[in-house]
Design a protein. Sequence first.
Length: 377
Amino acid sequence: MADTIAGVVRERDPGERRVALVPDAVPRLRAAGAEVLVESGAGQAAWFPDDAYTEAGAAVVPRDELYRRSGVVLCVNAPGPESLAFLRGGQTLLGLLDPRGNAALASGWSERGVTAVSLDLLPRTLSRAQSMDALTSQANIAGYRSVLLAASAYPRYFPMLTTAAGTAPPAQVFVLGTGVAGLQAIATARRLGAVVTAYDIRPEARAEVGSLGARFLDVPGVSAGSGQGGYARALRSEEENVQQKTLAEHIARSDIVITTAKVPGRRPPLLVTRAALEGMRPGSVVVDAAAGPLGGNVEDSLPDHTEVTDGGVTVIGAGNLPSAMATAASTAYARNVTAALTHLLREGALHIDLDDEIQAAIVVTHAGSVRTQGGEV
């Protein structure tokens, strides 16, 4: 049956090196009843050559053949508008589709009768969905990589070092946002020997930060609270002013600032203002791991862009950190994709069940309609 043929497309976004499925995952999908096709060169940028896929039991085919034969198309990011010419009714598209930011594409999928399944809508509070949680697997890599990026740009040592030439003090690292990426950033910076302080408004953050050996920064006048899906809630304007003032004071004392506060589908909160950057010492480094098309946590930061301010502060807009570790990121993502696709398969055939709470959340388009998390747009 065509539904049991899964095709892995080559990513075409500039700078994207990940692939949706790695060779090690092919046998697992075949065991679940799916034949696997891989577009030629799909894994090359992540160091998975075509030969590795064929040895694992997949067939390597050109792009047009992949779309023609596949019942399920697997991707990392949503394929661009040109892919609409290849997609057809009855196919399923599965990946990190960002339907909030790709409304026009979602309409195109719906018009063509494509079932779009977006893993970035997965309910992260469901324990049985953890194996499919691609946002978490990729954020974990982003947090780790953000610290390495900061360390490579920082012109001093991370740990305290005592040598015959004297003693070098440890770097003072400040992590803003303590979700998955932030916690991994804290842990990595601590392993490198830095002194770490962190901040988040979610009530559970204090214990998480303390468990990693970091100090938690209190911001008087801003009450703790979580928003929908476990993300930080939006602040009132008076709270935002107090927060930025307190953060700026601590930023000025920091050698390295790493920001990780993202909210899917919305502009990230502004945590580091231009005024705060001006208060930092020359040689300091700021990594905005939340930088993206909607903005970032650092004022005027741009994804995949590095700026050195007039005051000598290096500001790095880290737009796609997982792609910089494409082999590890693809391996983790492939496990998420395999778990999600296996969840959709029943007796070797694809089965869409919108009464299932996982599917109700992640199915974006189906049967000619555009959906969001369980409801019509």
